[in-house]
Design a protein around this ligand. Structure first.
Ligand code: BYC
Ligand code: FE
Ligand code: FE
Length: 472
């Protein structure tokens, strides 16, 4: 079972007996998990046109074929090494990067890798029922492409645990298959990964905003002094770009369709009567997944984050673009919220690292929302989507115990309870979305009433290509 043919890799798997033995034990459990918790109803009788990475160069990366999902060849890849790579920040700045895990940072590194690894299978679990409600075969394929790659991201983290963390690494690798999204007793580690994703608007918002947290965290881990972690996450980032493409274009296509329907119905008519998704519902789902993903960046002031930076374990996105890589006496002007009003205070920059990364993330999200608004603009609509204030709907960090509206205006608990469904999806919104997704669209080239076709197909194939084949 463990062969370089079945497991494409550039980590010399065939010459590494220790890794082979660890994987021999883990891989059958992974496959069982994939069957039980992966795409429901698409394990045995469907062939999916997916991309399999077979090497890290551009050609090996774009290798398309029909596969049955449980037979997907999950591989292990590190980005090419950088010659004479040096530690880019923190107390060890300038020293050579590490090829092994230093004993004193073992626990911190394991925790970071486990937290990262935990999100990958969690997202597959969250998305497992979506195939039954797909808006088209093209979208169904994209869902499965994302799912198999998140599976591969789990493999990437398990590779690090097996190779660098001995016995406890092997135990952690098993526990990654035992926690379950939304499970009361054994939930996934981070909150956003325990939230249900039941409809395709949630899926597109998740891949837009939560996979983008993947991007920001992976950029920050790719700065790590632990070179194998840096190289693994650098290659993962190439796959992340496609996940965000799926989310961004998914919502763009919904907006395009909504604009067509609004015109058809007359501007004031409710597009829901024509089976579309109205802009206020899109905005509510945006609010939901953006705020959940802000929480994924941790507390505004964090000694964990300071210590990750000091020790060189986790840097800033694009660390090389900064001038000061030590941050020994740099400060961040941070807005605190005291007695119901904002107060500016200076926080040691190292303790503000989560907020620095969140700033980068908010900027990246803002650019995406501006691209969505261009669709509305092109259709002559005056409606616009906006990112809610970062204090809105937070559970982690200093705003966690308080309530704010999307403009950042403080609200009492009663007012929040009374008004929250003006800004977040209500049961009736979810019911409506499920009602228009009740029937999956499996005919090549056809699309559900609420979404426009994409500009082009996958791998230069036509939009009506049979991206998922059913075997009878
Ligand atoms: N939910 O010091 P603090 C992806 C806990 S997404 C629940 O502020 P820190 C993907 C925290 O554990 C990228 N608990 O946090 C996307 C700590 O607990 P203890 C995932 C939370 O450690 C889509 C306490 O609160 N990668 O790849 O600085 C599909 C105090 O926290 C949360 C990573 O996350 C939360 N949201 O930062 C598929 C990278 N936030 O110690 C995949 C690795 C915090 O008091 N992880 N807590 O028990 C990290 O870098 C850090 O762990 C975090 C948290 C940035 C997440
Ligand atoms: Fe991932
Ligand atoms: Fe992803």
């Amino acid at each position: 079972m463990i062969s370089s043919e079945r497991i494409p890799n550039n980590v010399d798997l065939s010459g590494n007996k220790r890794l082979q033995r660890a994987l021999e034990h883990w891989q059958p459990k992974y496959l069982q998990w994939w069957r039980d918790m992966g795409p429901h109803g698409f394990q045995d009788y469907h062939q999916v046109y997916v991309r399999t990475a077979v090497s890290v160069d551009p050609e090996g990366w774009a290798n398309f074929e029909y596969v049955k999902l449980p037979e997907y060849r999950w591989g292990i890849f590190l980005a090419e090494p950088v010659h004479d790579r040096r530690i880019g920040f923190g107390d060890f700045h300038g020293q050579p990067v590490w090829q092994e895990v230093p004993g004193e940072f073992r626990n911190q590194l394991r925790r970071l890798i486990v937290t990262q690894g935990d999100t990958e299978p969690a997202s597959v679990e969250q998305q497992r029922l979506l195939g039954q409600r797909c808006p088209s075969m093209y979208d169904l394929r994209n869902l499965f492409q994302v799912n198999v790659e998140e599976g591969r991201h789990l493999w990437a983290m398990v590779y690090l645990l097996h190779s660098y963390f001995g016995r406890d690494g092997r135990d952690e690798a098993e526990e990654l298959l035992e926690r379950q999204s939304g499970n009361r007793d054994k939930p996934r580690i981070l909150q956003a990964f325990n939230e249900p994703i039941e409809n395709w608007l949630d899926f597109f918002m998740f891949t837009m905003f939560t996979d983008r947290d993947g991007k920001s965290q992976l950029m920050s881990l790719s700065e790590s002094s632990l070179d194998p972690l840096s190289r693994t996450t650098r290659f993962m980032l190439t796959e992340e770009a496609h996940h965000m493409f799926v989310g961004e274009t998914g919502v763009s296509r919904i907006l395009e369709r909504t604009c067509q329907l609004m015109r058809q119905a007359g501007f004031s008519e409710d597009v829901r009567k024509l089976g579309g998704i109205d802009i206020p519902t899109v905005q509510k789902h945006l609010n939901q997944w953006f705020s959940l993903s802000l929480d994924l960046h941790g507390g505004e002031v964090s000694s964990n984050a300071a210590s990750y930076f000091a020790n060189g374990l986790k840097g800033r996105a694009k660390e090389e673009t900064y001038d000061d890589h030590l941050l020994k006496d740099a400060y961040y002007h941070m807005e605190f919220f005291e007695d119901g009003r904002p107060v500016l205070k200076d926080v040691l920059m190292r303790n503000a690292m989560n907020e620095v990364l969140r700033d980068w993330y908010v900027g990246d999200c803002g650019a995406g929302v501006a691209r969505w608004n261009r669709v509305l603009e092109q259709h002559g609509m005056s409606d616009r989507l906006t990112l809610p204030d970062r204090k809105f709907n937070r559970r982690i960090g200093m705003y966690g115990g308080f309530h704010f509206d999307p403009n950042g205006v403080p609200l009492s608990a009663e007012e929040w309870e009374r008004r929250k469904y003006e800004w977040l999806p209500a049961a009736s919104d979810l019911e409506y979305l499920l009602s228009i997704m009740a029937e999956p669209v499996y005919q090549p080239g056809q699309f559900a009433s609420y979404i426009a076709p994409p500009r082009r197909g996958i791998n230069q194939l036509p939009i009506d290509f049979e991206y998922v084949r059913t075997e009878l």
